[in-house]
Design a binder for this molecule. Structure first.
Ligand code: MSP
Length: 513
């Protein structure tokens, strides 16, 4: 079976510092990358920055900087954020890199070779903020200014010579493709949105600009730069060394397993990108998943609205794992979600500090005191023990299936229930009352330690740092974490020394407590 997994985040515009919305996409992608890795997959996880186009050129001009100089500075803040978020990305691509330019120009030539490009004139609406062309019916007037209905970003009228991609020609093949590949666009609601847009008719797409220069040049016509979305989308191929399709990376990881994106950029990924690929005779990615937005108040967080939340500040205050856990648990995946300080504190205090942290502490402390500091030797499982232990095995394939369907809600609920059951098991078994029956006491302790181990494995993709801290109890290191082993009820080596660990999560004092 193919055990390669290629996951991508959108490449972010380095027009301003990263905010919580960017952090969200990256954290979710990292969750999937880590999950697949512990499930034995070879994972390629790509993120990066999208550095060309008018939006960036104008942002640089505002600061009085050359665009590349400007990008160097801001792209670095995105790269730094990847480290702060503890992302396990394999690569960080910048569209100003030579490897990418080569790849984009090659793709252009392929499209041209297949007669999918022609020269004409564009006149219509353009939003620099979205780097998108809009039809008349996608525009409205707000306070005397023309804006795009969906994004509310300002549009300007442009008229210039432009190369076009024959998008209209791909309307039928795209609809056929969506029908044959029911999973290609997820979640279902986004798929329906895309299908109805395509059914309403596709116009040819302008894919070059002539009135500014910050971009990749059109091969054979240096007066034009390639439309920033055709440039940006190609990053998913450039990272695998396209056009050298016989190289190891490309052979192993293309087509991508999943492009994880925000719902704002669905049209580009679910219509334009597959059309370009079909035209260039390149396999299509297996899935496009459009997640919801992080809102502040009722609005999408964005620089232009001035309502951004800085992930670094939240991490400084609450810690990275509390933020990762919160975003994965409280933002119902696929839908929009709000950042609420109160809920973040609840997650930290109740799920992480009380249910997980406390479980690890009390089981280890009891084991160290009552089992000579070692993982107990003489054990004899009874029904109660096997009942709780076997649940992990019984659910393993179900967990995998749900993750393959991006059902994060299932995964997090499974963990929350497991933590509840684990604490209940330890309370109900009352090992402190079994001091005259060492074998029973040992068995309860062994079972509880096994549960701590299994839950820590499952928590690793969500809160990697804390999970690894907990696994120090057993001297288990990162490369030993392996999902299949949660079905093993006797993974822990009897007689091994148990390590005491520091408190995993500090409770946050509520200001109004
Ligand atoms: N550069 C393009 C993407 C090119 S991909 C080939 C772009 N960049 S962006 O920086 O504006 O946004 C990228 C992504 O960041 C969004 O698609 C989304 O995944 C994430 N988010 C940005 N703001 C967000 C929220 N407020 N909430 C959640 N995610 C959002 O578009």
């Amino acid at each position: 079976m193919d055990k390669n997994f290629y996951i991508t985040t959108p490449i972010y515009y380095p027009s301003a510092k990263p905010h919580m919305g960017h952090a969200y996409s990256s954290i979710i992608a990292d969750f999937f990358a880590r999950f697949k890795r512990i499930d034995g997959y070879d994972v390629y996880f790509l993120t990066g920055t999208d550095e060309h186009g008018l939006k960036i050129q104008r942002a640089a001009e505002k600061k009085g900087l050359d665009p590349l100089e400007f990008c160097n500075v801001i792209s670095k803040t995105f790269k730094d954020l990847s480290n702060t978020l503890n992302l396990t990305n394999t690569d960080f691509i910048r569209t100003t890199e030579e490897r990418h330019k080569k790849s984009v120009q090659h793709l252009w030539s392929e499209l041209e070779k297949n007669d999918d490009i022609y020269l004409s004139k564009y006149s219509g609406w353009y939003s620099v903020s979205d780097e998108a062309f809009y039809n008349e019916d996608e525009i409205e007037e707000l306070d005397g200014v023309k804006v795009a209905i969906n994004s509310k970003s300002i549009v300007e009228w442009i008229e210039e010579e432009s190369y076009f991609f024959r998008l209209s020609k791909w309307q039928k093949p795209l609809l056929d493709y969506y029908e044959k590949h029911a999973d290609f666009i997820s979640p279902e609601s986004r798929k329906n949105e895309v299908i109805s847009f395509v059914k309403s008719g596709l116009k040819d797409l302008s894919i070059s600009r002539k009135t500014f220069s910050w971009g990749i040049k059109v091969p054979n016509n240096k007066n034009h730069v390639i439309y920033v979305w055709l440039d940006a989308l190609t990053n998913y191929l450039s990272a695998l060394n396209y056009p050298e399709i016989n190289n190891e990376l490309y052979k192993k990881f293309w087509p991508a397993s999943i492009h994880l994106i925000g719902k704002d950029i669905l049209r580009f990924h679910a219509i334009y990108w597959p059309a370009f690929l079909l035209a260039a005779k390149i396999d299509l990615p297996k899935k496009i998943y459009g997640h919801g937005w992080i809102l502040t108040g009722d609005e999408k967080m964005s620089k232009s609205k001035g309502n951004i939340l800085d992930p670094i500040k939240v991490i400084d205050e609450y810690g990275l794992d509390a933020l990762r856990y919160y975003l994965i648990k409280e933002v119902s995946f696929g839908n929009d979600g709000n950042i609420s300080q109160e809920k973040l504190e609840d997650c930290n205090n109740s799920d992480l500090a009380n249910n997980y942290g406390n479980l690890c502490q009390r089981v280890t402390a009891f084991a160290i005191k009552n089992c000579d500091g070692n993982i107990p030797n003489k054990i004899n499982f009874q029904n109660d023990d096997l009942l709780i232990l076997n649940k992990y095995n019984d659910n393993l394939n179900n967990i995998r299936k749900n993750i393959d369907n991006q059902n994060l809600n299932f995964y997090i609920n499974y963990i929350v229930n497991s933590l509840f059951e684990a604490n209940k098991y330890f309370n109900d078994q009352e090992p402190w009352k079994k001091k005259d029956d060492q074998e029973r006491l040992n068995t309860i302790v062994y079972t509880a330690l096994e549960i701590v181990r299994k839950i820590s494995f499952l928590l690793y993709p969500i809160i990697p740092e804390s999970s690894l801290k907990a696994l120090k109890i057993f001297n288990i290191s990162e490369n030993e974490i392996n999902l299949s082993s949660i079905s093993n009820n006797e993974y822990l080596i009897k007689g091994n020394y148990i390590n005491k660990i520091d408190i995993l999560f500090k409770k946050i004092e509520r200001s109004n407590d």
